[in-house]
Design a protein around this ligand. Structure first.
Ligand code: HEC
Length: 142
């Protein structure tokens, strides 16, 4: 296995564990998180037309066409990689990407705002990312 496929396998296992064992992940939680954290750039409907758009170098993607751009299949693992962001090479706070690194962001918030331990904060961040992915899956256009 090369690095990339190891990474994919790890992400796949995180997704399957969380999806089956975590009652807290929900489309509703993802929807609320989306409204609070993503709509400013991606737009309330996910079309990529949020109010922050004019400040971005690269336009925020249309999130309703992710499946369409991927041959009709919603790529869960790829979405995890992109949204979590800690997996991508240049992700870090000083990387070239304009999107916040949500894995890091959600974990930091859980530690500073809720006082979670690093481990609890990590699970809470993963929980939110899975919920966001589940929500995004519901807004795909055919
Ligand atoms: C500060 C603006 C901003 C915010 C806030 C933001 N994004 Fe993004 N997002 C972007 C930009 C810009 C891109 C596209 C290009 C890039 O940076 O690589 C992007 C790309 C994406 C992509 C990749 C889509 C594809 O088809 O490749 C996904 C998925 C995504 N964002 C999800 C989210 C989620 C979920 C949230 C909230 C937790 C969020 N974004 C918040 C700016 C933002």
């Amino acid at each position: 296995m090369n690095n990339n496929s190891i990474q994919r396998a790890v992400i796949a296992s995180i997704l399957s564990v969380t999806a089956s064992a975590w009652a807290q992940t929900s489309v509703g939680l993802g929807r609320a998180d989306y409204r609070d954290n993503c709509a400013s750039c991606h737009g309330t409907t996910g079309k990529g037309n949020g109010p922050m758009g004019s400040f971005l170098v690269k336009p925020a993607s249309d999130l309703t066409q992710i499946a369409q751009r991927n041959g009709g299949k919603f790529p869960q693992e790829l979405m995890w990689e992109i949204i979590d962001g800690r997996w991508s090479g240049d992700g870090g706070p000083h990387g070239s990407r304009e999107m916040p690194v949500w894995g890091q962001e959600f974990k930091a918030r859980a530690m500073t705002q809720t006082g979670d331990s690093p481990t609890t904060a990590e699970w809470s961040a993963r929980n939110r990312i899975v919920s966001l992915i589940r929500y995004l899956e519901t807004i795909q256009v055919p």
